[in-house]
Structures are given as C-alpha cells and as structure tokens.
Design a protein around this ligand. Structure first.
Ligand code: HXC
Length: 260
C-alpha cells in the first residue's frame, strides 16, 4: 500500500510508521487519520510484524495537533453527525492488539499528544514538548487528552496543562510518568526501533497478553483487574511458547517462539 501522508517501512518484524506532513508539522487531518487506521490494520493483520513504532517526519514535530485549518469552518452538526474522533478515542487503540511505541520527536500537541498517549508507551527525544493547547483555540481536547493525560500525570498537572495550554518538556514528562524514557534526538529512532525489536523477539502471544492486562489496569477496579490478570496468565500456560520458554530457561538456551 502506498500512502500520501505516511511513510511506512518494515524493519524485520518491526513496522515503522512516520507521519509525513512536515510542512504542517504533521497536523492530523482526516486523510492522515484514515491512513493511520489503514496502516495499523495492515500491521495488525501481518503475522510477520510483531511491534510498531509511530513517529513524525522532520525534526520539529511528532504532530502539532488536529488540523486547525480543516476544522476551522466545519459545522458543528458535522462534528456531531460524524461523531468526529470517536474511532480515535477508543476503537483505534483497542483494535491494535499488538504492541506499539510512540517515538515523540518534537511537538506533540493537542491531537498529537492524544495520539502519542494511545501508544503502549512513549519514548521521547530531549526536544519533545507535550501539550493540550486546545483551550487557546476556544475548544478542549476531543481525542482522549483530558482522560489519558489525567491518568498519566495526575490531576494537578493535567488540569494545569489543559487550563493554561502550557507545554511540558521531555524531562518533566519523564518525571511525571507521561513518557517511559528520554533520549537525545539523534538516537531516538534507533532507540525506538531497538526497543521495538526487543519486544518483537518475545512470544507474540505473551506480548499481546502483557499489553492486554496492563491496559485493563486503566479500565476497571483493582479486583476485576487482578481477575483479568490471573485469567490471562492461566490462558498463557496453555501455550506451546510457555513450555518452550521454561524449557529454554532450564536448558540455558535461547527460546524459539512459535506463537502457539
Ligand atoms: C494546521 C498547523 C498546525 C495545526 C502547525 N501548523 N500546527 N496547521 N493545524 N495544528 C502549520 C502552521 O500553520 C504553519 O503552516 C506550519 O505548520 C508551521 O507552523 P508555525 O506555526 O509556523 O511554526 P512555529 O512558529 O515554530 O510554531 C510551532 C507551534 C505552532 C508552536 C507548534 O505551530 C502551534 O501552536 N500550532 C498549533 C498547535 C495547536 O494548537 N494544536 C492543537 C490543535 S487542536 P503555514 O502554511 O501556515 O505557514 C486539536 C484538537 C484535537 O488538536 C482534539 C479533537 C477536537
């Protein structure tokens, strides 16, 4: 498949997706969002692909938000009729069961920050800046920003960021729990691809299971989450990969995963 607004490459078992509208700081218009759904559906469906990395083309931005020029004149009735962003706030993040990492290489603002927060985790460049500046446009987040940011960094910082629109730098984002790791911009892509390759080398069933149970921590009560964890754990004990993984440990050799 070829895309107008994305660059998609396969690096072994890792799919690399780059948002590619650098002249607009990778702003997310509806064409980009549709292509992203297609690209991630292809990643999900391809059994050779085990982990994905999403980043922004150019040195300046991951994505500077939803496309303001596209939204500026759009009638309210259209936002409502299309249920704009609904597939983004929940369906997209859930439909992708395989793990994926956001490699945030610059501005991640508004919808860009929201998209990054849909990833399983974020690796950020030291130049990354996160924010929900929608309030400055007379609007508010619409793709999960208020909910995922509050869960990631807590009420105080989420409220402050949404109410003032201020940006958070990479160091503060790491200290606040928004990002897993900060690396120099020059190393970002290598580090993200290396981390993704590490995940891609695990049993694919175990990867999906680990992702699913951590996600459950944000969806449910502790008691139900612990039950989900035990049940998924128990399901995994029925796999070939579990027998192989434990045998390989005991025999002091690398495991060979079947995905079965
Ligand atoms: C459309 C955008 C854009 C955006 C940048 N551009 N952000 N176009 N939508 N979100 C375009 C600019 O118009 C400009 O193109 C080019 O990208 C470069 O941007 P500059 O502003 O010239 O760059 P700079 O001065 O370096 O400032 C960088 C910036 C600024 C601080 C990131 O661009 C900025 O504030 N952008 C908007 C950020 C924002 O408000 N995002 C939230 C959007 S609302 P031209 O051709 O004009 O020179 C949102 C809601 C989602 O995301 C939730 C659902 C409702």
């Amino acid at each position: 498949t070829s895309y107008e607004n994305l660059l998609v490459e396969q690096h072994g078992a890792v799919t690399l997706v780059r948002l590619n509208r650098p002249q607009a700081l990778n702003a997310l218009n509806s064409a980009v969002l549709e292509e992203l759904i297609t690209a991630f559906a292809a990643f999900e469906a391809d059994p050779t692909q085990r982990c994905a990395v999403l980043t922004g083309a150019g040195e300046k931005a991951f994505a500077a938000g939803a496309d303001i020029k596209e939204m500026a004149q759009k009638p309210a009735a259209d936002f409502y009729a299309e249920d704009t962003f609904s597939r983004w706030t929940s369906h997209f993040a859930k439909a992708v069961r395989k793990p994926w990492i956001a490699a945030v290489n610059g501005f991640a603002l508004g919808g860009g920050c929201e998209l990054a927060m849909m990833a399983d985790f974020i690796i950020a460049s030291d130049t990354a800046r996160f924010g929900q500046p929608e309030i400055k446009l007379g609007i508010a987040p619409g793709m999960g920003g208020s909910q995922r940011l509050a869960r990631a960094v807590g009420k105080a910082k989420a409220m402050e960021m949404c109410l003032t629109g201020r940006m958070m730098g990479a160091q503060e984002a790491e200290q606040s729990g928004l990002v897993a790791r900060v690396v120099p911009l020059a190393n970002l892509l290598d580090e993200a691809l290396k981390t993704a390759a590490e995940i891609a080398a695990m049993s694919p069933l175990a990867a999906i299971a680990n992702k699913e149970m951590v996600q459950a921590a944000f969806e449910t009560t502790l008691d139900q989450g612990l039950l989900i964890e035990r049940r998924i754990f128990q399901v995994l004990t029925a796999t070939q990969d579990r027998l192989e993984g434990m045998a390989a440990f005991i025999e002091k050799r690398p495991a060979v995963w079947q995905g079965k």
